[in-house]
Design a protein around this ligand. Structure first.
Ligand SMILES: Nc1ncnc2c1ncn2[C@@H]1O[C@H](COP(=O)(O)OP(=O)(O)OP(=O)(O)O)[C@@H](O)[C@H]1O
Ligand SMILES: [Mg+2]
Length: 242
């Protein structure tokens, strides 16, 4: 059974359409990728799932329950966490304070110390810099912090919005190793990426978005061989499905 189901999602920004019609499913333990070029609707889709963008039409279901329309904190407390595009850190606050904010919706407060341990084990650099303000961190470290903050709510589904953006290749490689480790530990991942090889290298299944709709979807191994993926990126292909 799908843990997360998005059905005919439409999100509007005033008169503008953010996404027009997105349907997708994520099963327990899967890694699912959302691919698409600039403006395709990846961030809007993740924000709608996280309760940060208002759903105009359609429905979002989490483990059999409709969550569209619920506030962001309620969605986090149900086990969905987002590591957002551009990190959205509190740069004047310390690493530790930023991480603690990630645990705001955590029902079982006694879990906090164990969650700090988990994040600091995963990212020793954050442990070394725990008393440093987030504004002093490098790009790679900020991405670690955004990811760590999402993990502080002890999610079952972790959503990541373009975690590789602006990072050096070696840092990206490390980050993806961490994502693979988190997946091995049982976390379900929904990942928005512009980089096709990165996303398909980790995903089980992928959706390719184009101007707010699903243009193509399939198992990652199949999409890797599908030339249409590249064409959609370059805006050369009509909407199609496999
Ligand atoms: N706050 C906003 N106000 C108005 N329009 C917006 C807003 N955010 C996004 N949009 C529009 O919604 C559409 C989808 O944007 P979105 O940011 O979801 O794309 P994306 O796939 O995440 O792109 P990128 O790869 O550049 O991050 C675009 O046409 C964009 O211009
Ligand atoms: Mg985006």
């Amino acid at each position: 059974m799908a843990e997360l189901k998005v059905e005919h999602l439409e999100v509007r920004y005033g008169d503008l359409v953010g996404v027009a019609d997105i349907s997708l499913a994520v099963a327990d333990g899967q890694v699912v990728a959302l691919l698409g070029s600039n403006g395709a609707g990846k961030t809007t889709t993740l924000n709608a799932i996280a309760g940060l963008a208002q759903v105009a039409r359609g429905r979002i279901e989490w483990r059999g329950e409709t969550i569209s329309g619920e506030p962001a904190y309620a969605i986090v407390s149900k086990g969905l966490a987002l590591s957002p595009e551009g990190w959205r850190l509190f740069v004047g606050q310390t690493v530790e304070q930023n991480l603690r904010l990630g645990a705001t919706a955590l029902a079982d407060r006694s879990r906090i110390e164990a969650l700090f341990d988990r994040v600091y084990t995963l990212f020793p650099r954050l442990a070394e810099r725990r008393r440093q303000s987030a504004g002093t961190l490098s790009g790679g470290e900020r991405q670690m912090l955004a990811l760590g903050r999402a993990l502080m709510s002890e999610p079952r589904l972790l959503m990541l919005d373009e975690p590789s953006l602006g990072l050096a290749p070696a840092v990206v490689e490390q980050l993806y190793d961490t994502l693979k480790e988190l997946h091995r530990q049982g976390l379900t991942l929904l990942l928005a990426e512009q980089s096709i090889p990165l996303a398909l290298g980790i995903a089980d299944y992928a959706y390719v978005l184009q101007t707010g709709r699903i243009a193509l979807e399939g198992p990652a191994a199949e999409l890797e061989r599908n030339e249409q993926v590249q064409e959609i990126y370059l805006g050369m292909s009509a909407v199609n499905s496999v």
